[in-house]
Design a protein around this ligand. Structure first.
Ligand code: 5GP
Length: 122
């Protein structure tokens, strides 16, 4: 975990999942990410991918090393593949800040799939 991580990020539920304090049903894991089902799914497949390094959101991505940032993106692709979404397609969402609808202050990507998704989102 980063030494200068804000307290709300470091104490968030996803920080506890990333550190292994709170167990989850792991869908995919490697050196950079953990992926697990969203507790309130909004699509037939709704998986969250979090980096193991603790940062608030995508606007802070420069806090990650290039390898960590690439590992996060690769983890999203790997998770979608593991979930069988390669053929039908899927959506990746990273809500950011208040107006972006972010409710958990720890970087996470939603992977949504398993049905036809509409656009634009609400
Ligand atoms: P956000 O609104 O920040 O983009 O997304 C946070 C997501 O985390 C929500 O979709 C919410 O359902 C999910 N969530 C919140 N708490 C938990 C939890 O304890 N476990 C899991 N698996 N998902 C959670």
């Amino acid at each position: 975990m980063e030494a200068d991580t804000p307290p709300d990020v470091a104490s968030s539920i996803f920080a506890k999942i990333a550190s292994g304090q709170i167990p989850v049903q792991t869908v995919y894991e490697d050196d950079f990410v953990i992926a697990f089902p969203d507790i309130t799914p909004v699509a037939p497949i709704h998986i969250l991918v979090i980096p193991k390094v603790c940062i608030r959101d995508i606007s802070c991505i420069s806090q990650l090393t290039p390898a960590e940032a690439a590992g996060f993106l690769n983890g999203i692709a790997k998770t979608a593949d593991v979930c069988g979404l390669g053929v039908g397609g899927f959506r990746t969402v990273m809500n950011t800040g208040v107006e972006g609808g972010q409710t958990v202050p720890y970087l996470h990507a939603h992977i949504l799939g398993g049905r036809q998704l509409s656009w634009p989102p609400g």
